[in-house]
Ligand binder design. Structure first.
Ligand SMILES: [Zn+2]
Ligand SMILES: [Zn+2]
Length: 399
């Protein structure tokens, strides 16, 4: 079958990174660590796994960062990845055994690994806290898409433990279902710090996680004022279309000034001239997680406020004095499991299906769709999002 494979090799990665200085096409050239290959289908890891024919797979920001070799060599999560692997963890497909349309929960926690009884975290549905990502009948891996023994979803077929596959209710199109993974990440970030009635929530970012957070906040907390810090133009229009009350600029100083103006707060002006506020949004959902967005969020958060970082960027130094001065809370999160929403506990993806039935529609975030064979264009479209306007890019392995 055709599959998008990442082969870890320091020599290839070094050569590609040097080529990448000249042209980004180096990252998708045939000398790069990532390539479309004809691979033998790996055997099912256990009898309770099932094969799935891929219908659509979503290109995640983390896929693009990996293909562009944008991850840090000292990333602690390299302890929980095995190579080579087929990329892709956002997927919709058809079960080979029943023909059902399913969406993939990619987490390779205790149960898919055949570990019985599951660890405490898995027993409570907190799959990203699983203690067994190196144990059981799979090599080290966190989810499908970084596991050497089970193919990820950027392939004509993948396999998963039966418990990882949620049947898609009739009436929900594949295009809506394939967004279940990023929507679940944003749902978890909101569950970790839900806005209180009458508070302002700010969503930082211009990607799928940001638009999902905006739409979820509007869907779940109609009394909350939701502001988007996003790029002007089509992104700002999309934020507004999905329910943001205000689309503010994402540039740090402009953003702080506009938040101050809207709140009626007088900015504090330090020697650095990077103004900051003591009153601002009570919660910021930062879907980028760069030093710039984290630092800016700390500047504009209300005293006692909370920053939830769901974005994944390599760490760098930043100015964090407001963190202690304003007694801010910072929570990191980029996973999901059983989540409690308005008193109902179920898997985040099952919540998402309910929200769709209640009218939530995130499909406007889908901007591009390519056959798997044209994966290079898909990656470059996502990479050059400023130019191409890409938000969610899909691959279509069936075409
Ligand atoms: Zn993802
Ligand atoms: Zn576990």
């Amino acid at each position: 079958m055709k599959a998008l494979v990442f082969r870890h090799s320091l020599a290839r990665e070094a050569a590609t990174a040097i080529g990448g200085l000249v042209s980004p096409r180096a990252y998708v050239s045939r000398f790069a660590p990532t390539g479309l290959e004809d691979v033998a289908e790996p055997p099912l890891p256990a009898p309770d796994w099932v094969g799935v024919q891929t219908t659509l797979s979503g290109v995640c920001g983390s896929d693009v960062k990996q293909i562009l070799l944008n991850g840090a060599r000292d990333n602690p999560l390299t302890a929980l990845v095995s190579f080579p692997h087929v990329l892709g963890h956002e997927a919709v497909g058809r079960r080979a055994d029943t023909g059902d349309r399913v969406v993939l929960n990619p987490w390779l926690s205790c149960i898919p690994r055949g570990i019985d009884p599951p660890c405490q975290a898995c027993q409570s549905g907190r799959y990203p806290w699983c203690r067994n990502f190196r144990a059981g009948h799979l090599p080290p891996s966190i989810h499908l898409g970084n596991c050497a023994a089970a193919a990820g979803a950027h392939a004509e077929r993948f396999s998963a433990h039966a418990s990882q596959l949620f049947a898609i209710p009739g009436g929900i199109p594949d295009e809506a279902a394939v967004l279940a993974d990023p929507v679940s990440v944003s749902l978890r970030s909101i569950v970790l710090a839900p806005p209180a009635a009458g508070q302002i929530a700010l969503v930082y970012g211009s990607g799928t996680l940001a638009f999902a957070a905006i739409a979820l906040l509007r869907h779940l907390y109609p009394g909350t004022e939701v502001w988007a810090a996003t790029r002007p133009g089509a992104r700002a229009a999309l934020a507004t279309r999905l329910g943001a009350h205000a689309a503010l600029p994402s540039a740090p100083d402009e953003l702080v000034a506009q938040v101050a103006g809207r709140i009626g707060a007088t900015p504090l002006v330090p020697w650095s001239n990077r103004d900051w506020l003591q009153d601002g949004p009570a919660v910021v959902y930062d879907t980028i997680g760069s030093t710039q967005t984290v630092e800016t969020s700390l500047r504009l958060l209300a005293t006692g406020g909370t920053l939830v970082i769901s974005g994944v960027e390599p760490p760098k130094r930043f100015e964090w004095t407001p963190l202690y001065f304003k007694e801010l809370r910072v929570i990191g999160s980029n996973g999901f499991g059983i989540e409690e929403v308005h008193g109902v506990a179920k898997h985040a993806m099952e919540h998402y299906f309910d929200f769709i039935a209640d009218g939530l529609d995130l499909t406007p975030v889908i901007t591009h769709r390519f056959p798997l064979a044209r994966w290079r264009e898909a990656v470059l479209a996502a990479k050059d999002a400023r130019r191409t306007g890409a938000v969610k890019v899909l691959l279509d392995p069936a075409r």
